[in-house]
Design a binder for this molecule. Structure first.
Ligand SMILES: Cc1cc2nc3c(=O)[nH]c(=O)nc-3n(C[C@H](O)[C@H](O)[C@H](O)COP(=O)(O)OP(=O)(O)OC[C@H]3O[C@@H](n4cnc5c(N)ncnc54)[C@H](O)[C@@H]3O)c2cc1C
Length: 433
């Protein structure tokens, strides 16, 4: 979070009049979709209402993991990791990409059993993942009192610095020929004969043949404004970073109590699964039935409240293309972190990682995560609206998956063969009986 992207705050040149594809949103998904299209020689415009990676894509923990994923995501996640390696090698800037494995440490037998079950289910994919004994789990985090039950390690998993990585990929996209525009909200699509003919931005219209909507938490209100429903809600999460600390583990470590990822600056990004806060907005009621199973599963871990967002920009339902839009009203979703939660997080992290005792936190931040009812992304065409591809709903694990999602979206937009079976990501899967 601490590194500001290097792009200027507003457009310093006119928008192109026409392109093949417009990508809406410069998070990791939109940036990698634009980069992929530009590498194929497809004329592409990337529009970002605020700053490159200003929302989730710079605020995340930076884990690029295959470990623990929904099995439906694994084939595309393998593509995604290959892309991360290629982009890392291509980028002149070091954005902290390191392949040092990711470990989950089980604090009790129940967690260990869940890890073993995932490993057994993922066996057909022949991943590098393996179980750790209690002693190995302790040794991995520099502790020899073996108080852990064991763990799961995937040595091929990676991590990177999100706030450096996505702007670096945007620079690669611009070098490959993509027109990259910050401070450029897309207010609406232009349609002709039931298909996409262009977009209307706050700086004027751009004709195009295809649009990729990679708007993160904004994709649902954007589609609702066109009369289309999208089962996607947003929850806020938070994280913090510490000052430089003694070496703790080679790569990210996930524990129920607290999770850590080593940073390029010598500190750790610290977070915790289950600190999500859910602000009720009208869409929550519209999609209540679809989200019920997920809410049942995670309601104990999620704090629900009637928050600012109820009447805020994400809750606004209708605007015209010639009107100031909610995307201009809120250039960057920047939910304030809860100070008590941050203090608890640091205290708990110090409990399980003694190396952090006496190391201060230097920054904490919040981020809005967009979620689908089954926590699997929505990537693919929209029935009845030819030319529109969705690439959204990355559900809290889209930094690692981003390049794969961007690739699949680019393939849809350019009419190419998909790199992986797109059926699990179909946008209409919740509407089917
Ligand atoms: C605290 C936290 C920790 C996380 N940890 C991890 C992790 O370790 N690993 C992992 O894989 N994932 C993690 N995630 C999730 C990950 O950050 C997201 O899934 C991912 O960044 C989503 O990328 P995106 O491109 O879909 O969306 P975003 O990054 O939200 O980007 C969408 C962009 O679209 C722009 N936009 C929207 N509408 C418009 C419009 N109409 N016109 C122009 N621009 C528009 C927005 O301004 C925004 O910049 C975490 C998230 C959080 C908040």
């Amino acid at each position: 979070m601490n590194e500001a992207p290097e792009f200027p705050p507003g457009p310093d040149r006119p928008l192109p009049g026409a392109v093949e594809v417009v990508v809406i949103g410069a998070g990791v998904v939109g940036v990698t979709a634009a980069l992929t299209l530009a590498e194929w020689g497809v004329p592409v415009l990337l529009c970002e209402k605020g700053r490159i990676a200003g929302e989730q894509s710079s605020r995340n923990w930076g884990w690029i993991r295959i470990q623990g994923r929904d099995l439906r995501e694994i084939p595309l996640m393998l593509e995604s990791q290959a892309l991360w390696r290629r982009f890392g090698a291509q980028s002149p800037a070091d954005f902290g990409l390191r392949q040092r494995g990711i470990a989950y440490i089980a604090e009790d037998g129940e967690e260990l059993a869940r890890q073993e079950a995932w490993l057994a289910s993922a066996r057909p994919f022949q991943l590098s993942s393996r179980m750790l004994s209690a002693a190995e789990a302790g040794a991995l985090v520099g502790q020899d009192d073996a108080r852990f039950a064991g763990g799961l390690l995937t040595p091929t998993d990676m991590h990177a610095e999100p706030a450096l990585a996505v702007p670096a990929l945007a620079r690669l996209a611009a070098e490959a020929g993509a027109a990259v525009f910050e401070h450029t909200a897309v207010r609406a699509l232009e349609l002709s004969g039931g298909r996409v003919a262009g977009v209307v931005t706050e700086h004027g219209a751009v004709a195009c043949r295809a649009v990729i909507l990679a708007g993160g938490a904004w994709s649902r209100p954007f589609l609702e404004n066109m009369g289309l429903a999208l089962p996607q809600l947003a929850v806020s999460a938070q994280a913090l970073r510490t000052a430089p600390a003694p070496a703790l583990a080679p790569g990210p470590v996930g524990m129920r109590t607290a999770s850590v990822r080593p940073r390029l600056d010598g500190g750790y990004t610290v977070g915790r699964v289950g600190t999500a806060r859910f602000d009720l907005i009208p869409a929550a009621f519209a999609h209540f039935r679809a989200f019920l199973p997920l809410l049942r599963e995670s309601w104990r871990e999620t704090r629900i409240r009637f928050g600012r967002e109820f009447f805020g920009a994400l809750g606004r339902r209708r605007w015209r293309a010639d009107q100031f839009s909610p995307m201009e009203q809120a250039r960057m979703l920047d939910p304030a972190p809860d100070a008590k939660l941050s203090a608890d997080l640091l205290r708990m992290a110090r409990r399980v990682y003694p190396q952090l005792r006496g190391v201060p936190a230097v920054e904490d931040w919040g981020g809005m995560i967009d979620v689908t009812p089954d926590e699997v992304p929505l990537i693919g065409p929209v029935a009845g609206l030819e030319g529109l591809t969705l690439a959204t709903g990355l559900s809290g694990h889209g930094f690692g998956f981003g390049p794969g999602a961007g690739l699949l979206a680019a393939q849809f937009a350019a009419g190419r063969e998909p790199a992986a079976d797109p059926a699990p990501f179909a946008a209409d899967r919740f509407a089917r009986p």
